[in-house]
Design a protein around this ligand. Sequence first.
Ligand SMILES: Nc1ncnc2c1ncn2[C@@H]1O[C@H](COP(=O)(O)OP(=O)(O)O[C@H]2O[C@H](CO)[C@@H](O)[C@H](O)[C@H]2O)[C@@H](O)[C@H]1O
Ligand SMILES: O=P(O)(O)OC[C@H](O)CO
Length: 493
Amino acid sequence: MASSLVIVYHRQPYEEHSEDGKTVLKENKSPNGIVPALKGFIGQVDRASWVAWKKSPAGKLPKFERRITVNDSYGSYEVVRLPLTPEQINQFYHVVSKEALWPILNSFPSLYSTENCQWAVFREVNRLFAEAACAEAAPGAVIWVHDYNLWLVPGMVRQMRPDVKIAFFHHTPFPAPDVFNILPWRDEILASLLDCDLVGFHVPRYARNFAALVQSLRKVEHLVERKVYPELQATGTALSEPVTPVSITVGGRRVRVDAFPIGTHADLIRSTVQKPDNLARVAHIRREMGGQTVIVSIGRVDYAKGTREMLLAFERLLVRRPELHGKVRLLVTAVAAADGMRVYKRAQQAIEQLVGRINGHHGSLTWTPILLSTTPLTFEETLSYYRAADICWITPLRDGLNLVAKEFIAAHVNESGVLVLSEFAGAAVELQDAVLVNPYSLSQMDDAIDRALDMPPQEQRERMQRMDALISRYDITHWTGHVLELFAQLRAE
Ligand SMILES: Nc1ncnc2c1ncn2[C@@H]1O[C@H](COP(=O)(O)OP(=O)(O)O[C@H]2O[C@H](CO)[C@@H](O)[C@H](O)[C@H]2O)[C@@H](O)[C@H]1O
Ligand SMILES: O=P(O)(O)OC[C@H](O)CO
């Protein structure tokens, strides 16, 4: 099919399972924010296709279905699957992406390792994605590449298809040059990104870090910047920026740069959480909690998500305020990451041990302070826990944006509730009415959870209303419109 828009993201929108001899599509076991965002986007666009990988033990199996059509609540779209062997997946994703690139993106250089990396395999897999994207693209199409796993695709596509427009979106933070330049492959990655027509980020800080990287490695002829829109200024917080780059010209070639945070499905969340079944589940959860203050923290296992630091702060709370024993409960999800990554196994073990220690030390036969789930909830269950909670405690050490924060606000439908949010999550530059906190500071984390627990209901409602208005205005539909407008400008050039 010749698509006018080809989305290239390494994960498929759904996982395939075989049930009674039939193939059924299910949500990804390791949930992430990119998949719902791209489903929300692709469902609103005509003639779009999604290129992803699918494991295929020995290259292409005879019955390997390369192309499927997905019809879901978002719309109907084509998914083209690239057959990758387990060895390719391991190197491309588990090793190079997660052991080398992920720690650098999130500014954890002490966790960075290239010990097991085979960059040639990473490059080979990127080439397979580039070839599949070019085969999908109609003349003059837009090929929109997502996330760092596919950093080399733009440069390869530029060689293969000079007629197409190439856009890239970073769902992660983008680090300062002195961290990014640790990567031995920095020049190859940057050369590929400079072959894009548009490079996008969630917030201005990451766009400025990218511009600073270009200036550190290349001779920049023009750098055009503009003032940051008031909604994203957030002066005085860790990620605030007064200006953001609009374009960078290197070697006579101009690359547009954009900083525009993804929105959530605010209307879908509000309507779903208010369905009778979900309201009944919310009532059941509240009954189970027996009038205790409920704190929820939703996420997956990742050292960048700061779950360990949040649990330690909760432990200090129970020591500092013994009057809360039996009166507060922390519900945590830390969904096991995809198999095959040692660093994530260790992170999960640390979380499980910490929960065991805190429950063992502070709990009793009638009260368990922390409930932990390491398996994914359904979308409806997630929304019900957001709504049943009094506080949502989301304090990653680094996070490109964090859609959980926006989902919590949408699920509360303008009622009371408190969002405690890390200043180092991109969403913090939007959600100024959250209780913003520096998760690297123990005392600030302690003060933040105390403020959340002691916040008067009227102040809670006022803050939630302002944040609800913001996430409703800047939702996934708004983001889709913004991106499509940028693509229209690219096509007109
Ligand atoms: N236990 C559970 N059961 C079911 N669903 C669960 C779950 N725990 C989390 N989820 C879901 O997974 C998604 C998590 O999205 P986030 O944006 O918070 O982080 P993630 O790192 O996956 O996303 C990446 O992409 C997004 C979008 O660009 C960026 O916000 C982020 O910084 C970047 O790392 C949410 O939609 C949430 O509902
Ligand atoms: O490990 P993945 O592929 O689920 O992605 C993790 C983050 O969402 C990347 O931004």
